[in-house]
Ligand binder design. Sequence first.
Ligand code: ADP
Length: 490
Amino acid sequence: MYIVQIASECAPVIKAGGLGDVVYGLSRELEIRGHGVEIILPKYDCMRYDHIWGLHEAYRDLQVPWYGAAIPCDVYCGWVHGRQCFFIEPRSGDNFFNRGCYYGCDDDNMRFAFFSKAALEFLLRTNKRPDVIHCHDWQTGLIPVMLFEIYKHHGMEYQRVCYTIHNFKHQGIAGANVLQATGLNNESYYFDYSRLRDNFNPFALNFMKGGIVYSNFVTTVSPHHAWEAHQGDCGYGLGHTLHEHQHKFSGLLNGIDYNVWNPEIDHYIPFSYSPEDIDNKIKNKKALREKLWLRHVNQPIIAYIGRLDQQKGVHLVHHALYYALHRQAQFVLLGSATERGINDWFWHEKHYLDHNPDCHLEIGFNEELSHLIYAGADMIVVPSNYEPCGLTQMIGLRYGTVPIVRGVGGLVSTVFDRDYDNHQPPEKRNGYVFYQTDNQALESAMDRAIGLWHYYPKEFRKLTLQGMEYDYSWNHPGKDYVSIYEHIRH
Ligand code: ADP
């Protein structure tokens, strides 16, 4: 099959979170399975150009219709660790992708509506006719809409769309101007509840809703989250739409790219290790301490790696930090915040704890350091409010770093409490789970983990090894995505 992925991220060249990992990892897995894959991305000024090989101009002067006129774009082609990627660069005063950031601009909806239009125009003009177009998140929600309302009539009638939702919270909300800009026009037609009209704001169009309505198949990133979004309040107002389209909606757990996240071959860590020589993990712990100026004491290191925002349970992350210090554990945090208040809060904490030899706060995005933390830490805490899938706990498991997680979304499907799990036998359990959002719930899980580390080190080691045995690679999800593609293919 010929598959084109269209997304706003692809790791490691463009990565703000798990979406980037998924686009890269899934594409690699599909290629291993013998399928042809191409990836279309925006050409941001701030992406990691050092991860692109052979970047060259592939198409000059692509005229992308916009507000009845056209914006010329140049499309570049390059290889990101073996994957063929096309980067779209518009030439207009809007400077859509030259903002020094991936997201967070006031006109994000128009930036990604334009990207979606340009990606389809690129496929059309270059006569690329993939069997399946796989789109991701709100940024590309208009692709199936435009494909089936416009491009179908220009020679793209056989293309099918799989649409994956990584986060229901951000849906892409716009007014009627997006219809004029993209050439969809026909306001009364699209402002219909069965199409793009937002379920709660009658004056707004919702890109993600459009993605659900128009795609041939819709997935989210874990079976449990599919249920939460459909039946609970995790769909952020799209539960009804999912219900209407439930016949084509399901949850597939993300995988981890074991070529990238693998302590046996990871170039970013000084000592490679596997379950057979797990003692080398301790050498990485020492290296982590040296790098971050932590003192060498007989204590576990607890880590947090992730965005600092409400979704991730920042108040619990903050509490975990102080509770660890209070309970004879060290704490390492690597995170970045897009919200000003949260950013200021953690910078304040960083200054306050600057001379504390038992913790380190690294505020910002640092791919290289994240690898060393996964390898050097003993436990990783993931206290999310909601978590569609969550990759950090799965990466932690692979690196023998015991996850302490809140039991929501994909965390439920991947972490099984050592003491209380109802489904897995003791030898299959791999971490600690708590359910409430209060400090006490987190404390009780942390207490159990820290206690085991201090008083039953052999048991802790056993738990570590049990976690490393899990296979959360792309092998299974890759197969499932291929079945979906086969199912929707003409
Ligand atoms: P998200 O909700 O952000 O997608 P996931 O758990 O699915 O969360 O994926 C997070 C990915 O981003 C992981 O690969 C994690 O290692 C990485 N990551 C998150 N924050 C940072 C950071 N500040 N520096 C480096 N990597 C990070």
